[in-house]
Design a protein. Structure first.
Length: 264
């Protein structure tokens, strides 16, 4: 059976000293992470030194948050557990206060699962206008028009299509998408990261486990948006209907930016 626990995944991530990332004492040293853009450009990101206890706090809390989630969602997080830790460490380069989760304060970090209000409504021209729901009415004209913005910045009536930017003290990861719509009407997604467009990926929701009521498609490569970076997500609708596409991932932020329900 595929692992569905972030805790177990971090225990299995053996380090040079023969122990995993899930432990209560010691610190993991500063390291560098390399990523490659579609044009072959190599980018480097510094991962801050951090207490292993902080990584344990993250694993404990994310497993609790995922406890009642679909097992496929749980396995997505477990599969990418090390990458999630890397994201936290990269954000911590600027915040330098560690990850304390639910009891954090000030510049200490926490992670929150994604919800609609965190994203700009792509059908409204005035920014900022947060989504009120993942449910989106898709018209025949939208289906015929081609790729439609799904995750974007949006800074005005004529500015749709701008990449969603990360501040110096936050980071976002999208691992895949779920779509519990009764009648599916979306079949492809394209990610643009730092102005570099990735290949189109089909969203074969109709071929996934529809019996759970929440078909899930994993991105072939998770989308990590690190501090000071940006990305855009566009999708292709092939017919009109009521779509319920939603991203699966987390947003890492400072605790001081997670105290306002309407803007966090």
């Amino acid at each position: 059976m595929e692992n569905t626990s972030v805790i177990e995944a971090l225990k299995a991530a053996i380090q040079k000293d023969g122990q995993g990332l899930y432990r209560e004492t010691g610190r993991i040293e500063e390291q560098m992470l390399k990523s490659i853009l579609p044009n072959g450009e190599v980018r480097e990101h510094k991962m801050a030194e951090i207490d292993y206890l902080d990584l344990k706090i993250f694993a404990d809390e994310i497993d609790i948050a995922l406890k009642l989630q679909n097992s496929y969602v749980q396995s997505l997080f477990a599969k990418n557990a090390v990458g999630l830790v890397d994201l936290i460490r990269i954000v911590n380069v600027e915040t330098a206060s560690g990850f304390k989760g639910a009891v954090g304060s000030g510049r200490q970090l926490d992670a929150i699962l994604l919800r609609a209000e965190q994203f700009q409504d792509p059908d409204v021209g005035v920014w900022p206008t947060p989504r009120t729901s993942w449910i989106r009415n898709i018209t025949a004209a939208m289906a015929a028009a081609g790729p439609t913005n799904f995750i974007e910045r949006g800074t005005g009536a004529l500015a749709h299509g701008e990449e969603l930017p990360m501040a110096v003290d936050e980071g976002l990861v999208i691992l895949g998408f779920a779509n519990p719509a009764a009648a599916l009407c979306v079949d492809a997604v394209q990610i643009t990261y730092l102005a570099q467009a990735y290949n189109i990926q089909n969203l074969d929701f109709e071929l996934t486990d529809t019996f759970t009521g929440s078909p899930i498609c994993e991105l072939k490569q998770p989308l990590y948006i690190y501090p000071r970076e940006s990305a855009l997500g566009t999708v292709k609708y092939y017919r009109s209907g009521s779509d319920e596409l939603r991203p699966i991932g987390i947003w890492v932020k400072m605790s001081s930016n997670l105290r306002a329900p309407l803007t966090s």
